[in-house]
Design a protein around this ligand. Structure first.
Ligand SMILES: [Zn+2]
Length: 102
């Protein structure tokens, strides 16, 4: 089973800190790149999903049962948000990094 999540920011908006440091266009570009590189996930067990991306294959534990119907999608959205965050950190290094030479 593969699920596409197109509205990443709607799912993880509260936990995404990158919006404060990067231009909106860069965030959008990063999200598109991550969506392309991490296109979906599969269930390896009922309590675990695995990213389908070649070279990633990240496993994520998920909760199951009542109230957790969306747990897999949410876990995968968090995974994508982490990748977006890492990508933006590469594109926009924190100011502290630039002070190393001083
Ligand atoms: Zn992945």
């Amino acid at each position: 089973m593969s699920i596409e999540i197109t509205d990443l920011t709607a799912l993880v908006g509260d936990t995404a800190g990158f919006e404060l440091t990067a231009p909106a266009e860069a965030v959008t570009a990063a999200i598109r790149q991550v969506e392309a590189e991490h296109p979906g996930y599969s269930h390896s067990y009922s309590t675990e999903i695995r990213c389908n991306a070649w070279g990633c294959g990240r496993f994520m534990e998920i909760k199951v049962g009542k109230g957790h119907n969306n747990a897999a999608a949410e876990a995968f959205a968090v995974h994508r948000a982490e990748r977006v965050d890492a990508l933006l950190a590469e594109w926009f290094p924190a100011p502290e990094d630039e002070d190393l030479g001083n």
